[in-house]
Write a new protein. Sequence first.
Length: 507
Amino acid sequence: MKRERLVGLALAVITVVAVMINQRDVGIARDEVVYMSAATSYAHWWLGGFGPIEKTWGGPMGGGNNPEHPPFVKELEGISHALFSGVFGEVGAYRFPSAVLHGVCVWLVYSFTLELWGFAEAILAALALLLLPRALFHAGLAAFDAPIMTLWFATVVAYYRGLTRTWPWQVGVVWGLALATKHTALLLPFALGLHYAVIAWRAKQPLVHWRVLVSLAVLGPLVFFALWPNLWTAPIAHTQAWLAFHMHHVHYNFEYLGTNWNAPRFPWHVPLVTTLFTVPTATLAAALTGAAVWTRKRPADPRSPVLLLALSAAASIGPFFLGTTPIFGAEKHWMPALPTICIAAGVGGIWAARQLKHRLAVPVLTACIALAGATEVIMSHPYALTWYSALAGGAPGGADLGMNRQFWGVSARGVLPFLRAQPPGPVYSHDASPAWGWYIKQGLLPGGFRDSGHEDQGVRASTYAIVIHEKHFNRHDYMIWQSYGTVRPVFVLRAHGVPIVSVYKRP
């Protein structure tokens, strides 16, 4: 058993290293700029002996203190920046906690699968998660989408194990951390509550394992409250404001099958098709096989782990089938469904290999599925949001199908080498404008390439202008054509032939 634990630990460490290497070439997302600023402020508050709460934590929703998002990951990011900016660089230090949490998620998937299905299944499940291009990308950002996947699944594992413990305090604490990471953690009790009701009904004991529920109901909110000083001054009012912000969240633009969507009703099949196109095809095939295996033969465990995994995935992805839930970041919104998919892939892949009844079948098929995922990871880098799986036809296929090419302005970093070779001049930096100062601060651009401003005024004041290709940004091309008197860009950044950023230069 010691050997198995070491394997899981090694996979977790490899994951952290892979994320930190991968993120070095990834541009700064516009949301990261807000989160990193808040992270520094939060860390100064905690490490500096506290201070006025409202100044650091309060203010309007959407303001500089970022009170619309819980603080836990930002607190980690700020502390990490204070400790490790000399090691990982300014941006890398903010991103390090997300990378560590992604390693934890791989370890949890490995250990949970090992406990229930076996060593070979655990290795394949962990590799399947490690080699998800979109998940690896999000894990390398100073954001919340990869961390909430980890803490969501950690809550699921703690709940499952807590069903046989005398006092399962872990599940409440971990769910509190999830609540303090992202509001989507509020969906998790629906899955856990339904699972609890089913196993209690099967056991004919309405209060079976009741301490798990007490832990969730008591410790979860307490941890959440303790980590968010903004709640200390007006718990009810600030909680209501936080929930109201997300219940009435603005609907940003996103492209799906050739149509730009910015208001409900959205097509019900968005999460289904997007998942099919953003999970490597080999992993997806193994997962579907695993789901079929589960319908025929489940673990002989009264805690019903397969039901728990299914409900966990359903709670995460289910709201996006309704057609009214805001969708502006595609698969990042339902990332907590990925551990279930990867565990199913581990079970299905190894089951299929064993049907071949050859001593090399298990390692060979495991290697093939992992190699397919690794190939997709390499092909997607560093523009993973432009990448789509082989089922979609790769990045070109995704573009032909009219799938979203990118968001958050991340890919603008790819045009910086071209700009550095040009005479300095103000740049209309478009969707990358929040990150533009960071690029100059990091030395990726000379100071002479300052941001020129927004919209028409910014275009008129610019020498260079970039357009990040999303369907709803087409109007920026027209603004530039009119101001510059030319329709011809001087440089086009492509990912596997797909245009993602165009650069114009004023004649």
